[in-house]
Ligand binder design. Structure first.
Ligand code: MRU
Length: 339
């Protein structure tokens, strides 16, 4: 496995590029994609070549700089990039924050690099807070279950939910990491298993429908998930299937932790009902990642890419600024005030 990264800025004699490790090609091939213009980067965002809320933020930040080199205003580039996917708040947050440092491309680049570094540092702090919380909640070695991909590929740093799992593993306290495959695009099976395997973590991939049964069997001590947008009241949008996991965890009396940087909290969104859920192409459901057709031809399919877990089902929100527990408006406001 080569060096794992999600996004990086590269100066070239013929102009700068935003480089992405194309996540649609993993785990089979490590293909680096050079985005020399905003249209290429926008396509990569829509196609999930770069994905995961924090990594989308870093991509948007460098994208605003790329825009400044290719004839866009910072504000125009930020608006264009923000419109590519609606649910992850980090995309628009990072684009706007970087654009505010303009219009000089050198100032924009300094702002994007700072955002990238802050993000990596936040992931390390999140790992520490989450591991400490798990030590409080669970005795002995910990069996964890996670959904989608929240590691280096989704964050650029060590990850959010995955960063907590990694910290627990490095402390020698991990019994196992159960990885939901995460239909339809299999971010768990393709990406989280790839990252866990590279680190030597004890892990196993399962079909999403097996999660509740493995909770009932006693294999899970806590569920860790990331977030795409956390509303002011703590309701949280994350990869579709998260809500069902939260219900199953509550039924089995298991801690359900949402793990994310404070930048994923959107104080302008009062609650989950106000979060726009991305509806993706139905062919993602009708096929196995495009390779095999699964349904009778012409079968209707629905493909909401995210769902909303109500705050009441979330044991804690873990961020770099600390932990909200219980998860309510006051707890979320305290996290925002702490950064
Ligand atoms: O559609 P994706 O792959 O971008 O969805 C990603 C997720 O839902 C992640 O759980 C979320 O962005 C958090 S990443 C730390």
């Amino acid at each position: 496995m080569g060096e794992l990264f999600a996004v990086r800025w590269q100066e070239r004699p013929d102009g700068p590029v935003v480089q992405l490790l194309d996540q649609t090609r993993l785990p089979g091939e490590e293909v680096v994609l050079d985005c020399a213009d905003l249209e290429t980067l926008a396509e990569a965002i829509r196609a999930l070549r770069v994905r995961g809320a924090p990594a989308l933020g870093v991509a948007a930040a460098y994208g605003v700089v790329l825009g400044a080199h290719t004839g866009w205003t910072p504000e125009g580039a930020a608006a264009y990039l923000t419109s590519q996917r609606p649910t992850a708040v980090n995309l628009g947050w990072a684009a706007a924050r970087t654009a505010a440092a303009g219009p000089d491309p050198a100032d924009l680049l300094a702002a994007a690099r700072r955002l990238d570094e802050d993000n990596a540092e936040a992931c390390r702090a999140i790992g520490r807070h989450g591991a400490d919380l798990l030590a409080e909640l669970v005795d002995g070695d910990v069996g964890l279950l996670t959904h989608c991909n929240t590691g280096m590929l989704a964050c650029q740093g060590i990850g959010t939910a995955f960063g907590v799992a990694r910290t627990v593993f490095e402390e020698g306290r991990m019994a196992r990491l159960l990885v939901d495959e995460t239909r339809p695009l299999l971010q768990g099976a393709r990406l989280t298993a790839y990252e866990a395997g590279a680190l030597g973590m004890p892990h196993a991939v399962l079909v999403d429908g097996a999660a509740a049964a493995l909770m009932a069997a006693g294999d899970v001590d806590a569920v860790l998930v990331g977030a795409d947008r956390i509303a002011a009241n703590g309701d949280t949008a994350n990869k579709v299937g998260t809500y069902a996991l939260a219900i199953a965890a509550a039924h089995h009396g298991l801690p359900f932790l949402v793990v994310a940087p404070v930048s994923t909290i959107d104080p302008a969104t009062p609650d989950g009902a106000a979060i726009e859920i991305e509806e993706r192409d139905a062919d993602e459901v009708r096929t196995a990642v495009g390779a095999v057709t699964l349904t009778p031809s012409g079968s209707p399919a629905r493909n909401p890419a995210f769902d909303v877990t109500p705050a009441g089902l979330i044991t804690a929100v873990v961020t770099e600024a600390g932990v909200a527990r219980p998860v309510d408006e006051a707890g979320i406001a305290a996290l925002l005030a702490a950064v």
